[in-house]
Ligand binder design. Structure first.
Ligand SMILES: Cc1ncc(C[n+]2csc(CCOP(=O)(O)OP(=O)(O)O)c2C)c(N)n1
Length: 270
C-alpha cells in the first residue's frame, strides 16, 4: 500500500500539474483540455512514483502534450519561461510534442497510433542490451482503432517485452463520438488477453490502484496492459465526460471556477 505521505504527495503533484496546464490552455485559448485531464493522474503516478531515472515515457496521445509538459515542469525539466511559450510562435512547446527538442521527449507523437510501436522498439532494444530499462507508454482508447497499435501489440507479445508497460486511457470518448460507437472495442480486456498481455482494469484516477499494478508488474510473466478507466475532462464541472471537453477551450468563468476548486483542494490537503 502507498503510505499516507506518498498518497498526499501524489495528490498534490497531480493538482499542481493540472493547475499548470489549465493556465496554459486558458492563456493559449486552446482545446484538448479533456484529454489532458483524463491522463493527468496516469502520468503523475508513472512519472513520480513508478519510473526510474533511465526509464522512458511515451505519451502516444500527443494531443494531451500540455499534461506532459506540466509533468516535466513539475520535475524542473521545463522552466516557467518554457511553459509560458506554449502554443506561441517559435516555441518547442507545440500543441503536440516535438522530437528531441525537450529533455525526456525523444519522439514526436500525436499522429495517433504510433506510440506503442515506438515503445515496442525501445523495449526490444533494451532487451537485446540486457538493460533493466522500463518503457511506459500511454495511449488513448481511440488509438485502438488504428491497426498499427495492434501490430505493436503483436510485436510486444511475440518478443515477450515484459519491459513495456502499456497504459490505455479508457475515457470512452474520442473527438466526435463515443469510442464504442465509432469502432467497438469491448470486450477490450479479452482482446488484449488473447494478444498475450497480462491485463488489468483499474480506476485511472486512483493512485492506490496504480501502486497495486506496479507491484504486480515486478513478477508478471507477460507484458502488461493496464486499462485505466478515466473521465474525460475529469474535474471540469461544466464539460466533464462530454465530447465538448475535447476541442473547446475554457471560457473565463469555467477557468476561474476550476482554478478555485483546485486551490481549495490543495488547501484542504496541505
Ligand atoms: C492519425 C490521426 N488521425 C486523427 C487525428 C486527429 N485527432 C486528434 S485527437 C483525436 C481523437 C481523440 O480521441 P482519443 O484518441 O480517444 O483520445 P482522448 O479521448 O484520450 O483525447 C483525433 C481523431 C490525429 N491526431 N492523428
Amino acid at each position: 500500500m502507498l503510505s499516507l505521505e506518498e498518497k498526499k504527495y501524489l495528490i498534490l503533484k497531480s493538482l499542481s500539474i493540472k493547475k499548470r496546464f489549465i493556465n496554459m490552455y486558458f492563456k493559449a485559448n486552446a482545446g484538448h483540455i479533456g484529454s489532458a485531464l483524463s491522463c493527468a493522474d496516469i502520468l503523475t503516478f508513472v512519472y513520480f512514483n513508478w519510473m526510474q531515472k533511465t526509464d522512458e515515457l511515451i505519451l502516444s496521445k500527443g494531443h494531451a502534450a500540455a499534461a506532459l509538459y506540466s509533468v516535466l515542469a513539475e520535475a524542473d525539466i521545463l522552466s516557467p519561461k518554457d511553459i509560458d511559450s506554449f502554443y506561441k510562435n517559435d516555441t518547442y512547446l507545440s500543441a503536440h510534442p516535438p522530437a528531441n527538442k525537450i529533455d525526456k521527449i525523444r519522439f514526436a507523437t500525436g499522429s495517433l497510433g504510433h506510440g506503442l510501436s515506438l515503445a515496442a522498439g525501445l523495449g526490444l532494444a533494451a532487451k537485446l542490451k540486457n538493460s533493466s530499462k522500463t518503457i511506459m507508454c500511454v495511449t488513448s482508447d481511440g488509438e485502438l482503432n488504428e491497426g498499427s497499435t495492434w501490430e505493436a501489440a503483436l510485436f510486444i507479445s511475440h518478443h515477450q517485452l515484459k519491459n513495456v508497460c502499456w497504459f490505455i486511457d479508457r475515457n470512452e470518448l474520442q473527438g466526435f463520438g463515443r469510442t464504442e460507437d465509432v469502432m467497438k472495442l469491448n470486450p477490450l480486456d479479452k482482446k488484449l488477453e488473447s494478444f498475450g498481455f497480462d491485463v488489468h482494469i483499474i480506476d485511472g484516477h486512483d493512485f492506490e490502484a496504480f501502486y497495486t499494478i506496479k507491484q504486480k508488474q515486478k513478477d508478471a510473466n507477460k507484458p502488461i496492459a493496464v486499462i485505466c478507466n478515466t473521465v474525460k475532462g475529469n474535474g471540469w464541472m461544466q464539460k466533464q465526460n462530454q465530447l465538448s471537453s475535447h476541442y473547446l477551450p475554457f471560457n473565463e468563468t469555467e477557468y476561474k471556477e476550476f482554478l478555485d476548486a483546485i486551490d481549495n483542494e490543495i488547501k484542504a490537503i496541505s
